[in-house]
Design a protein around this ligand. Structure first.
Ligand code: ZN
Length: 428
C-alpha cells in the first residue's frame, strides 16, 4: 500500500499539521512532512478527526434488505465519516445467537467500507422473557460486548438484573432502550401541549425516565455497566447526572435529531418526524445539548433507522418510527454543538469517536491521531454549506428529516486503516 500525506489539516481542530499514512497506520504527525511518491491530500482549513464510531446503527440485514443491507449501510457510514458502527440486534432473525452475530460480523468484513461490530440481543427474540446466549455471542468470532433489545425495552427488572450480572463477567455492557411499555401504549408523539392540540396519543417523558432511574439503580446494585440509548428528555439528563455523581458505571448517548428537532414539527403530520423516542420540546433539546457539552451525556449515536418508502409515506398513525442518520450526523452536531459554541472539535472527537469506542470496548478505533495508531481518520470541511439531498444518499433508504435543509460541514475523506473509503465527498 502506498503512502498518503494529508497536508495542513487542523488535527482535532488545533494548529495545522501534516499527517503521513503508511499502509494501515499513521507513520508521522508534524509540520513540513514530505514523502517520496505519496498521494498528497491538501487539507488547508479542514479538520482531521479520528474515524467516527457509532454505538447505535440499524443495518437491517438479515431480514429487511429492502430498507438497508450491511453493504449499503456501511457505505452510508463511510460517507458520514464513520469507520466503525455497532449493528443493532433487531433484525430478522434477531441477532440473539452466535450464528446470527457471526453472520452480521462476516458481512461487515466483506463490505470493506466500515468495521461492523454486532450488538447481541439481551433476550431471546427481543421478547423480554428469557436471556439470550450472551456468553456464546461474546465468545463467538464477533466478540460481542454490547447487548441490547433496542426497539424494545427490557422492562422486566429481574431479566435486566440478570443481564447486568451476566455481562459483568466479561466487562460487557447492556444498552437499554428506555421505554416503559404500559405508559406508552398507543403513544404517537411526545406528551405535551402539541399532542393535546393535535389529539395524538402522548408519550410521556416519565416513560423514559422511570426506566432510566430503575436501571441506574440496578447497575449500581449489581456493580455492572449500563448504557442508556437515545436520551430524549431533560429529566433523563438529571437522572444520569445524579447516577454519575454517585460514581456508578452509567453512560448515555443522544441522537443528532434530538439535538436539533422538536415536537412542533409533528404539526406537519409528516411521518418523517415520527421517531422513537419521540421528538421532544425546545427545553429538552437545550438540556440535551448542555449535557453533551458538559459530559453528562457521553456520546452521540445516530440511531440510523432506515425504512422503505412505503413504511414512511403513509398517514402518521400507520408510519414506522425512525430516521436515517449516518450521512448527516456530523453536520447536525457541527450546527448544534460547534457552531453554537458549546463544543470544540476536540470535543466532537471525544463524543463521536473516543467515548463511543471506549463504551463498546472496541479495539483499533477511537484512538488518538498520532504515530503508530491505525489510520482510521475523517477529514471534514467545516466551511461547506449545502442543502441535504436524499437522492444522493448511499443508504438504501431516504427517510431523512433534513431534506432540503441547509446543514454546515461535509466529510471530504474517510480512511479505514489507511484505505480511502471516501474521496472528495464521494465513495471511493
Ligand atoms: Zn431504540
Amino acid at each position: 500500500m502506498s503512502k498518503i500525506l494529508i497536508r495542513g489539516a487542523k488535527v482535532l481542530g488545533g494548529e495545522p499539521q501534516d499527517v503521513l499514512i503508511d499502509g494501515e497506520s499513521i507513520e508521522a504527525v508534524g509540520t513540513g512532512l514530505s514523502a517520496e511518491g505519496a498521494t498528497v491530500v491538501e487539507a488547508e482549513g479542514k479538520i482531521l478527526l479520528p474515524g467516527l464510531v457509532d454505538l447505535h446503527t440499524h443495518l437491517r440485514e438479515p431480514g429487511r434488505e429492502d430498507s438497508e443491507t450491511v453493504l449499503t449501510g456501511t457505505k452510508a457510514a463511510a460517507v458520514g465519516g464513520f469507520t466503525a458502527v455497532h449493528a443493532m440486534a433487531n433484525t430478522f432473525p434477531v441477532a440473539d445467537t452466535a450464528g446470527v452475530v457471526e453472520q452480521v460480523w462476516r458481512l461487515g468484513k466483506e463490505s470493506g467500507y466500515c468495521d461492523v461490530q454486532p450488538v447481541g440481543a439481551v433476550t431471546v427474540g427481543l421478547e423480554g422473557k428469557k436471556l439470550a446466549e450472551l456468553g456464546a455471542m461474546h465468545d463467538s468470532a464477533a466478540g460481542v460486548k454490547v447487548f441490547s433489545d433496542d426497539g424494545k425495552c427490557v422492562d422486566d427488572a429481574v431479566i435486566m438484573r440478570r443481564a447486568l450480572e451476566y455481562v459483568k463477567a466479561f466487562d460487557g455492557v447492556v444498552a437499554q432502550h428506555a421505554q416503559e411499555p404500559r405508559l406508552t401504549e398507543g403513544a404517537q408523539m411526545n406528551e405535551g401541549v402539541v399532542s393535546s392540540e393535535l389529539g395524538l396519543g402522548g408519550w410521556p417523558a416519565v416513560a423514559e425516565e422511570s426506566i432510566i432511574a430503575r436501571d441506574v439503580l440496578l447497575a449500581a446494585h449489581v456493580g455492572s455497566r449500563v448504557h442508556i440509548c437515545h436520551l430524549s428528555t431533560a429529566g433523563s439528563v438529571e437522572i444520569v447526572r445524579w447516577a454519575k455523581s454517585k460514581g456508578w458505571n452509567v453512560t448515555a448517548e443522544v441522537t443528532p435529531h434530538h439535538l436539533l428537532l422538536t415536537d412542533e414539527l409533528v404539526r406537519t403530520y409528516n411521518p418523517v418526524y415520527k421517531v422513537n423516542p419521540p421528538l421532544r420540546t425546545e427545553a429538552d433539546v437545550m438540556a440535551l445539548r448542555e449535557a453533551l457539552a458538559d459530559g453528562t451525556i457521553d456520546c452521540v449515536a445516530t440511531d440510523h433507522a432506515p425504512h422503505p418508502h412505503e413504511d414512511k409515506d403513509c398517514e402518521w398513525a400507520a408510519a414506522a418510527m425512525g430516521m436515517v442518520g449516518l450521512e448527516t450526523a456530523l453536520s447536525v452536531v457541527q450546527q448544534t454543538m460547534v457552531d453554537s459554541g458549546l463544543l470544540d472539535w476536540a470535543g466532537v472527537a471525544d463524543r463521536m469517536s473516543f467515548r463511543p469506542a471506549a463504551i463498546g470496548r472496541l479495539e483499533g478505533h477511537g484512538r488518538p491521531v498520532s504515530a503508530g495508531e491505525p489510520a482510521n481518520l475523517t477529514l471534514v470541511d467545516p466551511a461547506y454549506r449545502g442543502a441535504v439531498d436524499p437522492s444522493g444518499f448511499a443508504s438504501r433508504s431516504r427517510n431523512t428529516p433534513y431534506e432540503g435543509r441547509e446543514l454546515p460541514g461535509r466529510v471530504t475523506h474517510t480512511w479505514l486503516r489507511g484505505r480511502a473509503t471516501v474521496v472528495d465527498g464521494n465513495l471511493a
